[in-house]
Write a protein that binds this ligand. Sequence first.
Ligand SMILES: Nc1ncnc2c1ncn2[C@@H]1O[C@H](COP(=O)(O)OP(=O)(O)OP(=O)(O)O)[C@@H](O)[C@H]1O
Ligand SMILES: [Mg+2]
Length: 332
Amino acid sequence: MEIRLRNLRRSYGQLHAVEDVSLTIPSNTVYGIIGKSGAGKSTLVRLVSMLEVPDQGEVYYDDKRVDNLPKSELIAERRHIGMIFQTFNLFSSRNAAGNIAYPMEICHMDKEHIRRRTEELLELVGLQGRGDAPISTLSGGQKQRVAIARALATDPEILFCDEATSALDPQTTRSILALIKEIQKKMNLTVVMITHQMEVVRDACDRVAVLDSGRIVEEGRVSDIFASPRHPVTKDFLSSLATVRESIVRWSKEGGHYTLRFRGSKTDEPIISAVSSSTGAVFNIRAAGVQNVDGEEIGVMITDIGPDAEAAGKAVAMLRSKGVYVDEAEEV
Ligand SMILES: Nc1ncnc2c1ncn2[C@@H]1O[C@H](COP(=O)(O)OP(=O)(O)OP(=O)(O)O)[C@@H](O)[C@H]1O
Ligand SMILES: [Mg+2]
């Protein structure tokens, strides 16, 4: 199901939590929405999932407008949606199977159907045989698996994940993201992934929108955004990923005025040598690495270029002419 947002706005008093957001979230994709704390991510999800009504603007699922539905239709339309959260929101009074069965019981489905579907869902999320487990005995990753199974119980077409992996360690995060991707393909879902972590976007999403102070400041294919980010907020997210994560090695905290990004086949070419010998520029490389983004290799190099501004200018121009993305740090 395609989701289309047109000029959405939502304010709380003086605070514009969501400010003129227009987006198309294609069907059958994992779509990331990344932003810092307070950027408006959860508010946006509440508007898109019909939990909250926008002050202005429209929400469409395929071609159906859904932001202004009467209550009876709203309930029917919400059956197309599954949601999972950072805190899992499971019933501790019910075991794993009881949690998964709950939305089907609400819809008065046939008991035998519920039993069979619950078994299927437990298997789908890798918890076969664990239906009897009390929630308190499950790990965080297993709780999120139960929450995913419950979200899928009524065969939704859209799955909203609001910081679904934020409470999990990196390894569990990767396994949950892999599960979500697998389920997305299997069930042709539209997955909307809300996060403040660029590694979630890198590892799970096809496209991403960057939200800042209630506005979308950048949007596109994840591999394009990683190869040539434009907005400072996006660059910020990428640089925290670059220096913290294992995929890039930084051997000097100092310097690093230029960030170079190489895409695809360019990661194999001796571009730096070519630029150095033809411009006389010298490179003092501070950090480098390769990331695999959506099946594409993107090389990142953080470097100083000398010996003087003139040589650096020539080198940057030549790099850009060869299709290398070059970002210059703000003056410090
Ligand atoms: N019901 C509400 N009443 C008043 N203000 C609200 C309400 N909901 C959200 N806000 C404010 O709107 C802004 C956006 O909040 P929101 O929860 O959407 O951010 P977020 O991007 O999800 O942040 P986080 O990453 O911390 O979850 C914040 O300044 C928040 O305080
Ligand atoms: Mg939030």
